[in-house]
Design a protein around this ligand. Structure first.
Ligand code: NDP
Length: 334
């Protein structure tokens, strides 16, 4: 079997030399363990945070450790009555083609004929729950809201915008990093308006896209986007702070929004969001999302890189915006 290890702590943007592909002999499963042949693995922005030496909401990864992350696979050997051979499972298996895992650390997935296993890493997985909990609980979305979402063509953002539209938003505005992404948002995804944040100051572009302001902001980007959204929020506006990817490779703390006094004058609510706090919504979210997928109302696009060798390029390209929708790495056919 093969697996990717963290080889060095990146300074700024990670480089291929920060990772090492290692051949390993995996042990036979002990009592209570299963062997999983991976079908697909996820690369996600949060992984950049774990590569920092400073502690965060989760412990940092050590040099020489296997890169962690969500993956789906099929059980090929089992010493647990709960997880039979042949089961499709989701686990924090890391960047590897085969994993030996405690059965209690894998989740057996329902066999859904019409759903690609990769969707369990995206629309039906962690990013889907993030979008659902962030919009409906943390930002307290209600029908009629005017919503702005940054990182709108990504895994979480593309779902946030669509969920808002499907639940009766008055308008949905998105920002993303290329003309193709902007065209996809206003075309196939049905956003009211979208802009490329490279085309000029975010505040100016947001004002043009939402001249009457916004009532909800879903923040995936931070920095200039957050400042612009604080400016555009109306009285009693709400924001879910989900991520700040514009600063993930920064070597110095990025400057904060300069217009924080507007939180007072407009009585704004800005709330942080960690998906791990919202597991109680998983069944509700899965039911709603699966329904929208079945009816064809929800688009769940993926950008797929092939093979374990492609894990590092997929991760580096994710941070640079090469993905539209969820970035996944395919390791084997279903
Ligand atoms: P995405 O699929 O959105 O991929 C990341 C995207 O970020 C890229 O495609 C790129 O798109 C964009 N990006 C990169 N650099 C910049 C920049 N400087 N300014 C603006 N956009 C940039 O990833 P996810 O959907 O998985 O994650 C989105 C956000 O949600 C991240 O901030 C992530 O950390 C956060 N998150 C938080 C969770 C939580 O529990 N709080 C859980 C899951 C995700 P573009 O071409 O548009 O630049």
């Amino acid at each position: 079997a093969r697996e990717w290890h963290l080889a060095a702590t990146p300074h700024g943007e990670p480089t291929p030399g920060d990772f090492r592909l290692v051949e390993v002999e995996h042990p036979d499963p002990a009592e209570g363990q299963v062997v999983v042949a991976m079908i697909a693995m996820s690369v996600d922005p949060y992984m950049r945070g774990r590569m920092r030496p400073e502690p965060s909401y989760a412990a940092p990864w050590e040099i020489g450790e296997v890169m962690r992350g969500g993956a789906v696979g099929r059980v090929v050997d089992s010493r647990s009555p709960d997880v039979p051979v042949g089961a499709l499972v989701l686990a924090d298996a890391g960047w590897r083609d085969v994993a030996v895992l405690p059965a209690r650390e894998v989740r057996v997935l329902p066999a859904l004929d019409d759903v690609s296993p990769t969707h369990h890493l995206g629309v039906l997985g962690m990013p889907g729950l993030t979008a659902y909990a962030g919009l409906f609980r943390v930002a307290a979305f209600t029908p009629g809201d005017d919503v702005f979402v940054s990182g709108a063509a990504g895994a979480v953002g593309s779902l946030v915008g669509q969920f808002a539209r499907l639940r009766g938003a008055r308008s949905v505005v998105g920002s993303a990093g290329s003309p193709e992404k902007v065209a996809w948002l206003t075309g196939e995804l049905g956003f009211t308006a979208a802009f490329d944040y490279h085309d000029g100051p975010v505040a100016r572009q947001l004002r043009a896209a939402a001249p009457d302001g916004i009532s909800v902001y879903f923040d995936n980007v931070g920095g200039e986007h957050l400042e612009a959204a604080i400016g555009a929020l109306r009285v009693h506006g709400r924001a879910a702070l989900c991520g700040s990817i514009s600063g993930y490779n920064a070597t110095e703390p990025p400057p904060g929004p300069r217009n924080m006094s507007l939180l007072v004058t407009k009585r704004l609510t800005l709330r942080g969001l960690l998906v791990g706090d919202h597991g109680d919504l998983r069944d509700e979210a899965t039911a709603a999302i699966a329904g929208w997928l079945r009816s064809g109302e929800l688009v769940a696009r993926e950008t797929v890189y092939e093979g374990l060798e492609a894990a590092v390029p997929a991760f580096l390209d994710l941070l640079r915006g090469a993905n539209t929708g969820k970035m996944v790495v395919r390791l084997a056919p279903d």
